[in-house]
Design a protein around this ligand. Sequence first.
Ligand code: FAD
Length: 493
Amino acid sequence: MKHIAIIGSGFGGLAAGIRLRARGFKVTIFEKNERVGGHASQIKTKGYTFDMGPSLITAPDIIRNLFQSAGKRVEDYMELFHLDPYYRIYFHDKTFFDYTGDSERMKAEIAKYSAEDAQNYDRFMRDAKGLYDAVITEGLGSTPFMDIPTFLSFLPKALKLNALYPAYSFVKKYFTNFRTRFTYSFHPLFIGASPFTAPAMYLMIPYLEKVGGVWFSKGGMYAFIQALEKVFLEIGGEIRTNSPVDEIIIEHSRAKAIRVHQEIINVDAVVSNADFNHTNRALINPKHRRVWTDPAVNRLDYSMGAFLMYIGTKKQYPELLHHTLILSERYKELVADIFDNKILPEDFSMYLHVPSRTDSDMAPPGCESMYVLIPVANLASGIQWDEIKQAYADKVLQFLEEDFGMQDLRANIEVLELFTPQDFADTRNNFLGSAWGLVPKLTQTAYWRPHNRYEDIDNVYLVGTSTHPGAGVPGVLLTAETTEKVILADMKP
Ligand SMILES: Cc1cc2nc3c(=O)[nH]c(=O)nc-3n(C[C@H](O)[C@H](O)[C@H](O)COP(=O)(O)OP(=O)(O)OC[C@H]3O[C@@H](n4cnc5c(N)ncnc54)[C@H](O)[C@@H]3O)c2cc1C
């Protein structure tokens, strides 16, 4: 039986592990940290449970398909709740949209501020469906884009759909009110891209949410990770935690082994789920890298960072929904400060995840478990997070209590833990503390994203956020399917 080593146990590593083990390979996942999950890790303290990263579950068909690849059924491993509304978006003037996939209710929300925008909703959704069909229904997302002809075959369709337009410019053609424009253009931020530069292709997400719903797994996102871990172990996979891979050993242009601590483990192939920059610069000797030299990988555009506050409160806040966005007045300028100017501005937009609104087990009775996520510049900014993080957190709490109106917030905090871009770098090897890997912009999408078969070494493969299609949990789960196809074309178990 051929042995495949997977480096990293994020959604990408676990999904690839399940698929490859189910095909008959011997598969071992090596994870540097104590527990599996990567960005989707968990904190449990004083009766509160916090998901550390991803919180929205979308595209249940992609999840179902993954379980089916191992002959399993999702419902035997986790319980999913449908959320409706999907989220609440508070604008700077305290008006809000309750965002849902239900067309009539959504049109009524939009019509409060613009009748014309409400009329254009169906046309927007029809065109977003075109993007969705190309990526999901017609399988673009799970097609390996490793040569120019495959990419060129998609080009006429992409042009017809305006899929290569910047997302925000695409949305502007349908909507005039700033609220509607934000609501249908911001989704690239969920996957680490600027709405002002990401291709409109990613606007398939509003349609994906509409058609597939937004879900939550009982026990939190980590219950999803544990379900994948369980499936993988049940079908005979092996997981080694506290096992950082220090080197992929290459001989005659092929990966022969990996080195973990001082142990050498022979392998037939390696799949890296670790950060792309780290995989190259830390794990593969430069003499084996002709395409991905150090300057080439450093030149790539790495996405923003995230400042996270995990907060447990003795008081509940019903004005927050399970998913809530609270926005600054600035949109384009704020995004530019994060992505281009790389500064920490005075204002912030934030996303709050409050799972205790849906699942009372996530916090002690009468309490609330939440996290605040603020998109910030990555470490290329030079921001010294260890020096400023407490003051920054205090400023956010003051804003939430005094400006936004969360009554007595600070007096009711029982748990407060912070996680900064520096922590992403230190604990998960994310280059520049980038929380989303390579920015999914046009020149880093499809053929231009690092290929599922690593360009420099034939039996090294990539899975996860920085390969095709990448970015966001559904995209990352699809990378596992795409990489599986490439591996099966290359070798038999
Ligand atoms: C705060 C936040 C919120 C998000 N919210 C959402 C959301 O709501 N919905 C959504 O769809 N997406 C969301 N995302 C994106 C989503 O989390 C990611 O796309 C996805 O989790 C990435 O998975 P991955 O498998 O690519 O990598 P990761 O989760 O980063 O896993 C990589 C793993 O590799 C390990 N590793 C690194 N180096 C080594 C080494 N040398 N040896 C062994 N192991 C190593 C790391 O420790 C890590 O466990 C969010 C991301 C963040 C940061």
